[in-house]
Design a protein around this ligand. Structure first.
Ligand code: ATP
Ligand code: MG
Length: 582
């Protein structure tokens, strides 16, 4: 492909709207452009990468026996009303009306639509199991679309849904999809981890996320240093141990803490470590208010709170609710003496805490000398806190290390949540009606591209892993006016292309410096430079984007060499390990 004939509007300057590397580099490399908040154009280079990810996904899904379908992006409200999600999904669901005033939504996920298809067209257990997938544009009206493709409003997802007569078969497919996802992300050439995950708004009871490891990731994940256990911090089980060193109980005393509200403020003010604090948060769940307690140095996991309460949604209480419930302004809530109708839930780490500090439900006042057993005995204990570095593994005596990740995929066991609501059933071998068991499996196709860049870049630009690169190699003739350079570059382009190598030929009439800068920015894994001095010796320069130094290769041999390097790199991505499913 000739660069002069392509729309690749590279930018020298870093666009102000972009905060993270992948967003900046995709804009600068001319891969995408923003049209509205969280909504993007894909330019030719962006599309090439997109097609690569899609192709890997298709090949592996097909290999696993899944069938491709294409469902509508605009879905009728009736189906969402049947599942109950028309009310529950909230503002992320983009609701639209047609000319007849009928309600529709732009699909953020497709459990309802696919379950409707299957209930109408699948009758017998003999047609099962069945796994249907699609690669399609989704819309979620995210509160904070940001980071470019990482959290867009319109984005491309691969979503798959499987249907089974019983749980055992659904579990088998879940494991198959888990292995398929490993193959997909291996083939993309990414460093990632599958971790145990919360099931969130989609519902269900067994789930793993696939997290691409990157400092900029929005998710925090813990992995055991000794065993295979890894989980999202909001879900991770925490082993027993490490109680705060026991301290002799002390009497309960009121302390004036004027204007000191946060744990940091009060801790500094009272010169006491945060781990001796009872952090109090008020949540609204359903019709009631719950007072939630975690240790001052710990972080509440809302996912665990929802699990503990058995509710799909919780929301931090408003200032006025806090005042009504505690009789004090925000910042001074605590468990002691709170009204009877408020449910008290505390994290396990608070059991047995003594000589601690909590709010006193009175303006500008805290208690010190708080003993959990003595002062708030009626609390229910549960696992509520997010896991952190150094916490104990729930499976062995190892400890957790903390990493950041980007969730590129998630697999769920859904059970009968949607099949029950939409009455999707088949007749089994005995002629009895069976409600279908379901699994669902998503991959953020566009997010995977952003994640690949977060993981593979340097100061000069993107450093594509070979399987996702828009082109495998870029050829840079340093001076187009020089006939010999131009014809050599063109010949290499043609010969490599004939060998199945994807080549970008920088045939623009630009200075070499400009071409090299753009080549680094766009990030093709290999670069061939055709310059006058080397060519005198019958050679060209070959350089890996990842490395600093180039090597001189005989022009007659470079095609063979490059074709072999590309093939080796693509094969390295296909590690296809059949790893055990956790
Ligand atoms: P998140 O927790 O990041 O909001 P999610 O868990 O709600 O994502 P799923 O419903 O599991 O997302 O969707 C499947 C996949 O789609 C995710 O693993 C992610 O890769 C991708 N995805 C979800 N939301 C977005 C978004 N706003 N922009 C880009 N990709 C997204
Ligand atoms: Mg998810």
């Amino acid at each position: 492909m000739r660069q002069s004939a392509m729309l690749i509007p590279t930018l020298r300057d870093v666009p102000a709207e972009a905060e993270i590397v992948s967003h900046k580099l995709m804009l600068r490399a001319g891969m995408i452009r923003q049209v509205a908040r969280g909504i993007y154009d894909f330019l030719p280079l962006g599309v090439r990468v997109l097609r690569k990810v899609e192709r890997i996904i298709r090949e592996e899904m097909d290999r696993a026996g899944a069938q491709e379908v294409l469902l509508p992006a605009v879905c009728p409200a009736e189906l969402w009303q049947e599942s109950g999600r028309w009310e529950k999904y909230g503002k992320e669901l983009l609701r639209i009306k047609d000319r007849n005033d009928r309600d529709f939504c732009f699909g953020p996920t497709h459990e309802e639509v696919i379950t409707d298809l299957v209930r109408r067209d699948v009758r017998s257990y003999r047609e099962l199991p069945m796994n249907l997938y699609q690669i399609q544009t989704k819309f979620r009206d995210e509160v904070r679309p940001r980071f470019g493709l990482m959290r867009g409003r319109e984005f491309i997802m691969k979503d798959a849904y499987s249907f089974h007569v019983d749980r055992a078969d659904c579990d088998r497919e879940y494991d198959e999809m888990f292995r398929t996802y490993r193959r997909i992300f291996d083939r993309c050439g990414l460093a990632y981890r599958p971790v145990e995950a919360d099931t969130g708004a989609i519902g269900g009871s067994r789930s793993h996320e696939f997290q691409v490891l990157a400092e900029s990731g929005e998710d925090a994940i813990v992995s055991c240093e000794k065993c295979e256990y890894a989980a999202n911090v909001e879900k991770a089980g925490i082993g027993a141990g490490d109680p705060v060193a026991a301290v002799e109980p002390t009497p309960l005393v009121e302390v004036a803490t004027p204007g000191q509200r946060t744990i940091e403020e009060v801790s500094a003010f009272m010169k006491m470590k945060p781990h001796r604090f009872v952090k109090t948060l008020l949540y609204v769940a359903g019709d009631g208010v719950v007072m939630v307690l975690v240790r001052g140095d710990h972080v509440l996991s809302e996912a665990k709170l929802k699990d503990a309460l058995g509710t799909p949604a919780v929301e931090l209480a408003s200032e006025s609710t806090v005042e009504a419930v505690t009789g004090a302004p925000v910042g001074f809530a605590g468990p002691i003496g709170v009204k009877g109708e408020v449910r008290l839930l505390a994290d396990h780490a608070l059991a047995g805490i003594t000589a601690a500090v909590s709010g006193a439900n009175k303006a500008d006042t805290h208690f010190k000398g708080v003993s959990a057993a003595r002062d708030f005995p009626h609390v229910e204990y549960a696992d509520l806190r997010a896991a952190g570095a150094g916490d104990r593994c729930p499976r062995c005596d190892g400890r957790f290390t903390l990493q950041r990740g980007i969730e590129v995929g998630q697999v769920f066991y859904l059970g009968t949540k949607y099949s029950e609501a939409l009455r999707a059933t088949v007749l089994d071998a005995e002629g009895r009606e069976r409600v279908l068991e379901m699994g669902c499996y998503g991959i953020g196709v566009t997010r995977t591209i952003a994640a690949a860049i977060e993981q593979n870049h340097d100061d000069a630009g993107i450093v594509w892993p070979m399987p996702l690169a828009p082109f495998h190699v870029v050829i840079v003739p340093v001076n187009l006016a020089d006939e010999r350079l131009r014809t050599t570059a063109e010949r290499l382009h043609d010969e490599l292309t004939a060998r199945g190598v994807e080549v970008l030929l920088d045939d623009r009439d630009e200075r070499p410096g400009v071409k090299f800068k753009d080549a680094d920015l766009i990030g093709c894994p290999l670069r061939i430079t055709v310059g006058p001095r080397a060519l005198e010796r019958g050679a060209v320069e070959l350089k890996r984007r990842r490395e600093k130094e180039s090597t001189e290769v005989a022009a007659a041999e470079v095609v063979e060499r490059v074709a072999a390097m590309v093939a080796a790199d693509l094969a390295a991505g296909v590690r296809s390990r059949d790893l055990d499913v956790r």
